[in-house]
Design a protein around this ligand. Structure first.
Ligand code: NDP
Ligand code: 2IT
Length: 449
C-alpha cells in the first residue's frame, strides 16, 4: 500500500494493532487516511479531538449465534454480525451480506466505508453493515426463510426506523428482506416500514431501489465522461458479476447506447461480442436464479463461457467491477490500460486493490471510487425511508429523477473537492475528503461522542 503522511502513519499502525487479523478493514482505513493528510494539517481541531481514532472505532459491534434447521431437520449454525459504525448524521444505515466469506473484518470494512458513502449522499443517514457467513446458494426457499427468521430473532432488538435500518447486499435481495421484515413485524407487533429498505414495492418498498445501485453507478460514469467531453453512446463495456448491481448497470449502459460485451459470476465469464442479450440475461439470472454459464448455453454460438476467467482481459473502453472486494488487481489494471480502457467505475465496494487504483491513476484512466459511484443504492434507500415516513409512494420517473440528481451532486462534490485540493480529476481524494469532513464536522458539533 502507498506510504502515508508520517503522523497519519502512526495513527494507522495503532488502528492495525487494535484490530488484528482484519486485512480488509485495514485496507479500507488506509484508503481513507491516504487522502486526509492535507485536511488534517489545515484543521488542527480534527487531530486534537482524535477524530480519526473515533471514526475508526465502531459505536457498537454485535456478534450473535444463528441456529436454524435445514429441510432434513438437521441443526445448522451460522454467525451473525451487525456493526453500527456511526450515527452522527442519522440512524445507522447499510446493507446485510449473506456469504460464506463474511467475518468481522469484512463487515467492519463495509461499515466503515458506508459512513463516508452515506455522508456523500448529503442525506440524514449514519453508517452500518451486517450479515452472516450463511450461503444462500443451493438452499431451498424454506431454508432461507428459517435462517432469516432466526437471524432477525436476535437482530430485531437492535433495529428501529430511528435507530438502525438495514437493507440488502451480496446474497440479500427482496426475498430475504421479505422474510426478515415478516419476522420483525411479528416479534414487535408493529408495521414499521422504515425499519428495512429494499422492500418489495407491494409491501412498503420504493420503486427504483432494486435498480438504484447499478443505475446510479452508470449516472456517475456519465458525469465523469461529461467532464471529459464524452458520452456513453457507442462505448464498449465489461461488467464483473451478474447480481443486483451488475444487472442494472448493464441495463442502464444498454439504454444509453453502450455495448456490454461481458459479465461474470464466481464460476466464470461470458463473452458476448455483439453485446449481451438483456432479456435473456434477466430471465436466466433474475427469474430463474441461474448462472452465466446457463446464459451462454442458451445464447449458443454467439457467446463464449470461460470457467474461472475474469472480464478484465476483454478489450473495452469502460470497465465496471460490480461483484466483490479486491476482484481487480494491478495486473488486471495493466491489462485494461494496455487494451485502451479509459474509465473504471466501481459498482461494488472496494473491488479494485490499492495497487490497481494506483496503476489506473498513474496511467490517467478516469477512476470512480465505489464510495461515490455506488452510493445510488443507499441514497434510494433514504428515499424509501422518506416515502415510508410520509406513508407515500412515488412514481418510477420521479424517483429515478431524484436518484440522477443525487448522483450528479455527489459527482460535483467529489470533482470540486479534488480541484480545491490541487488534485483535479482525483475522485478518490475528492470522495474521501468530502465524506470525512461532513461526518467529522457533525461529530465536532455533537460533543465528545
Ligand atoms: P448479489 O448477491 O446480487 O450479486 C453478487 C455478484 O457478485 C454475483 O454475480 C456473485 O457471483 C458475485 N460474487 C460475489 N462474491 C463473489 C466472490 N467472492 N467471488 C466471485 N464472485 C463473487 O450482490 P450485489 O449485486 O448486491 O452486490 C455486488 C457488490 O456491490 C458488492 O460489493 C456489494 O457490497 C456492492 N453494493 C451493493 C449494493 C446494493 O444495493 N445491493 C449497494 C452498493 C454496493 P455468484 O453468484 O457466483 O456468487
Ligand atoms: O453497500 C451499500 O451501499 C449497500 N449495500 C446498500 C445499503 C443500503 O442501506 O441501501
Amino acid at each position: 500500500m502507498p506510504i502515508l503522511d508520517e503522523k497519519v502513519d502512526l495513527l494507522y499502525d495503532a488502528i492495525v494493532r487494535r484490530n488484528p487479523g482484519e486485512p480488509e478493514f485495514h485496507q479500507a482505513v488506509h484508503g481513507v487516511l491516504d487522502s486526509l493528510g492535507a485536511v488534517l494539517a489545515k484543521e488542527s481541531r480534527l487531530a486534537r479531538d482524535r477524530m480519526i481514532e473515533r471514526l475508526c472505532e465502531p459505536e457498537r459491534q454485535i456478534i450473535f449465534r444463528v441456529p436454524w434447521q435445514n429441510d432434513r431437520g438437521e441443526v445448522q449454525l451460522n454467525r451473525g454480525f451487525q456493526v453500527e459504525f456511526s450515527s452522527a448524521l442519522g440512524p445507522y444505515k447499510g446493507g446485510l451480506r449473506f456469504h460464506p466469506s463474511v467475518n468481522l473484518g469484512i463487515v467492519k470494512f463495509l461499515g466503515f466505508t458506508q459512513v463516508f458513502k452515506n455522508a456523500l449522499t448529503g442525506m440524514p443517514i449514519g453508517g452500518a453493515k451486517g450479515g452472516a457467513d450463511f450461503d444462500p446458494k443451493g438452499k431451498s426457499d424454506g431454508e432461507v426463510m428459517r435462517f432469516c427468521q432466526s437471524f432477525m430473532t436476535e437482530l430485531y432488538r437492535h433495529l428501529g426506523e430511528h435507530t438502525d435500518v438495514p437493507a440488502g447486499d451480496i446474497g440479500v435481495g427482496e426475498r430475504e428482506l421479505g422474510y426478515l421484515f415478516g419476522q420483525y413485524k411479528r416479534i414487535t407487533n408493529r408495521y414499521e416500514s422504515g425499519v428495512l429498505t429494499g422492500k418489495g414495492p407491494a409491501w412498503g418498498g420504493s420503486l427504483v431501489r432494486k435498480e438504484a445501485t447499478g443505475f446510479g453507478a452508470v449516472f456517475f460514469a456519465e458525469r465523469m465522461l461529461e467532464a471529459r467531453g464524452q458520452t456513453l453512446d457507442g462505448k464498449t463495456c465489461v461488467v464483473s458479476g451478474s447480481g443486483n448491481v451488475a444487472l442494472h448497470a448493464i441495463q442502464k449502459l444498454h439504454d444509453r447506447g453502450a455495448r456490454v460485451v461481458a459479465c461474470s459470476d464466481s464460476d466464470g465469464v461470458v463473452h458476448d461480442r455483439d453485446g449481451l442479450d438483456l432479456a435473456l440475461l434477466f430471465q436466466v439470472k433474475e427469474d430463474e436464479r441461474g448462472r452465466v454459464s446457463d446464459y451462454a448455453e442458451r445464447r449458443g454460438e454467439r457467446a463464449r463461457f470461460t470457467r474461472s476467467g475474469d472480464v478484465w482481459s476483454i478489450p473495452c473502453d469502460i470497465a465496471m467491477p460490480c461483484a466483490t472486494q479486491n476482484e481487480l488487481n494491478a495486473r488486471d489494471a495493466a491489462t485494461l490500460i494496455q487494451n485502451g480502457c479509459a474509465l473504471v467505475v466501481e459498482g461494488a465496494n472496494m473491488p479494485v486493490t490499492p495497487e490497481g487504483v494506483a496503476r489506473l491513476l498513474e496511467a490517467g484512466v478516469a477512476f470512480g471510487p465505489g464510495k461515490a459511484a455506488n452510493a445510488g443504492g443507499v441514497a434510494t434507500s433514504a428515499l424509501e425511508m422518506q416515502q415510508n415516513a410520509s406513508r407515500d409512494s412515488w412514481s418510477f420517473e420521479h424517483t429515478e429523477g431524484r436518484l440522477a440528481a443525487i448522483m450528479g451532486n455527489i459527482h460535483r462534490t467529489c470533482f470540486e473537492t479534488a480541484e480545491a485540493l490541487g488534485v483535479p480529476g482525483n475522485y478518490v481524494v475528492g470522495a474521501n475528503v468530502a465524506g470525512f469532513l461532513r461526518v467529522a464536522r457533525a461529530m465536532l458539533a455533537l460533543g465528545v461522542i
